[in-house]
Design a protein around this ligand. Structure first.
Ligand code: NDP
Length: 293
């Protein structure tokens, strides 16, 4: 039976560490300015508004100041970019988060790339991704979800050096930065995607599996190497008539089978999910600390 990796507990521990650090600095330095996170919300999507609310609530808990920028759904690219320029120039703002997705008429790529890399707390700017790839010594910010996966592996004492790691997925937000992080930690990394052949054989080699392909319960228990560490990033809704909502959330791994074979595994929900917000706040604290270097 696998150890269940508790992302909620680790996420809460990280939030407490951030809170304690901010409080300690504030207590000893009267001129201390708490980290500031600007949250930009465009339009009136209910799900985006909920995510923004959750992020702001988490900030409040740990003593991170938030600056809310709410713009109408029909805002122009130019007006949104002007807002980002103003936040880039504001020294009290250490991190800038643009809640995605943006309305279709806006150019997401241009908007995200406008955030200065030092304030890009989502870690999506090409400079931040590239500095991971070249093992740069430059201060870089790592995308929140892969940073959270690595933190889970570390806090559960899962060895990476010399291990075979398989990443199922190659997105900009999860798969690619995850693969680069594992490589930087001296794992031997295989990256799979929708055109990869014979996934089952590749996954069976993995000491560490990161499933981030958005395919409900695709990885079966029988695919896993006994004792493997499994981090399931996927969040997929499947029909479930027993639930009031008519659906439930599952990962990319068939959890009930997999936990009989794996050495350690994250559940969905309660695994990687809570880590993403915790790492966003940690990135904001890091950005603030670097602003003073
Ligand atoms: P994307 O859709 O951007 O990327 C999915 C990746 O998986 C692509 O590289 C795709 O390959 C690959 N893929 C798709 N189907 C298969 C398949 N059958 N076999 C192998 N690879 C496949 O998704 P994201 O990276 O944004 O998200 C992945 C999952 O993680 C989703 O379920 C998402 O909801 C979840 N997620 C969870 C977060 C959390 O906080 N827990 C945060 C972010 C995402 P190709 O490149 O060839 O298209």
């Amino acid at each position: 039976m696998a150890t269940v990796i508790d992302g909620k507990a680790v996420g809460d521990a990280i939030l407490e560490e951030i809170r304690a650090e901010v409080a300690a600095k504030a207590a000893t330095d009267a001129s201390y300015q708490a980290p500031g996170l600007a949250v930009v919300l465009v339009g009136d999507r209910k799900d985006s508004a909920t995510y923004v609310r959750m992020k702001k609530k988490a900030c409040e808990k740990v003593g991170i100041r938030t600056v809310s920028v709410t713009l109408p759904a029909d805002v122009t690219d130019a007006a949104l970019l002007a807002q980002i320029d103003a936040l880039n120039a504001d020294s009290s703002v250490h991190g800038i988060l643009v809640q995605l997705p943006l309305p279709a008429h806006l150019n997401e790529e241009v908007v995200l790339n406008r955030i200065v890399p030092a304030k890009d707390v989502d870690g999506l700017h090409p400079m931040n991704v590239a500095s991971l790839a070249i093992k740069s010594k430059l201060p870089y910010i790592v995308a929140c979800t892969p940073a959270g996966c690595l933190e889970l592996l570390d806090r559960y004492g899962i060895e990476l050096e010399g291990k075979k790691a398989v990443v199922l997925g190659r997105s900009r937000i999860v798969g690619v930065p995850m693969s680069l992080l594992l490589l930087a930690r001296n794992a031997t990394v295989t990256i799979c995607h929708s055109k990869s052949k014979d996934l089952e054989a590749i996954v069976r080699e993995a000491d560490v599996l990161i499933a981030c392909c958005g395919q409900a319960q695709m990885v079966k228990g029988s695919w896993l190497k006994p004792g493997a560490a499994v981090i399931d990033v996927g969040i997929n809704a499947i029909d479930d008539a027993t639930k009031k909502a008519g659906y439930r959330l599952v990962g990319d791994v068939a959890y009930d089978e997999a936990k009989e074979v794996a050495g350690a595994i994250t559940p969905v929900p309660g695994g990687v999910g809570p880590m993403t917000i915790a790492m966003l706040l940690k990135n904001t604290l890091i950005a603030q600390q670097r602003a003073h270097i």
